[in-house]
Design a protein around this ligand. Sequence first.
Ligand SMILES: *Cc1c(COP(=O)(O)O)cnc(C)c1O
Length: 392
Amino acid sequence: MHIPFVDLKAQYETLKDDVAEAILGVLDSAQFVGGEALASFERDFAAYCQVRYARGVANGTDGLHLALRALGIGHGDEVITTAHTFIATAAAIVATGARPVFVDIDPDTYTIDPEMIERAVTDRTRAIIAVHLFGQPADMGPIKDIARRRGLYVLEDAAQAHGAEYQGVRTGALGDVACFSFYPAKNLGAYGDGGAVTTNNAAIAQRIERLRDHGRTTHYSHAEIGFNSRLDALQAAVLQVKLRRLDEWNTNRRRAAEWYATELAQSGIETPFVREGSTHVYHLYVITTNDRDAMRTKLDEAGVATGIHYPLPLHLQPALEHLGYRQGDLPCCEAMAARSLSLPMFPELTRDQVRRVAAIARAAAEQDGHKNLQRKSTYSSAALQADVGKEW
Ligand SMILES: *Cc1c(COP(=O)(O)O)cnc(C)c1O
């Protein structure tokens, strides 16, 4: 029995007729860029995120890039973010000419550590990008406090967290501006690339509209040099169909996560920790274990597909070498790179599939002699740093 990492085909089977109808509607309208399909999806997505404005863009990376530009961020500016994320978070900062400043993560939730942000603020700092990693919102309360005191913007990288909540507020509505990806495997995925920017600020929304469309004010008048970064109508129509199912899919992801947690209890494997007051939408189900590579091999041999998110933290990426970071600079990020393993996670995952994956993982952990650490909530960053020297 092969168990895939994600199963987009299983999901498509449940949507076929609605998707076909939506696509035919766009074909009949002959409006392939912009038009009613886009406007209608933007309205629905804004309502879903509990914000005034949602603007479609070509992909999540462009969303971050254009949002930073809309805030006027560029050369000479610093943007604080986490090194434990996908490269796009930093690439968007670099694309504006600004400098990414990486800080370490909270060892329990793997999201950016607000205390570390505070220490990294300089007089060049303009913004913080908080990444809602794996489907769990970053700790936005303290992050917004720092931003308010220091006069910084807060951007959400919500590419992995459509529908997650922090103290009752949806991602997309938690900062000054937020960016979503609709890459096919994301919680809300298009049938191709796509992205969106959400905000309550009318000026930011208008600037995004202009930047995504060649800096246009009218058809042949360009107020600035912009980009071609539009969400096309076919993708918008597909997304509108899929948006109606998003809550149900997120509930199913949470159900699968509960099954995993039950099956992996007492195994020495660390399962995801959810911050009080937050809802997690499990874009990824990431466990940590000492002998990660051995466990991954055993799962692979048994036909279970897994992933590593992420094997090399951004501060150690060759493309960002010029920033001057060294191994050891961000111990929690580095520990996660060595210890984390992403198990299959998608809404259609069955109880039996979870049982099977967990049984193999448990057996691997037992062979590993229960070397696993106790819950890291008992660890401070300093203690963890000491452990990095000892164990990893
Ligand atoms: C997927 C992702 C992005 C980029 O989105 P694309 O649509 O692939 O450009 C950015 N940040 C994070 C955290 C992501 O997971």
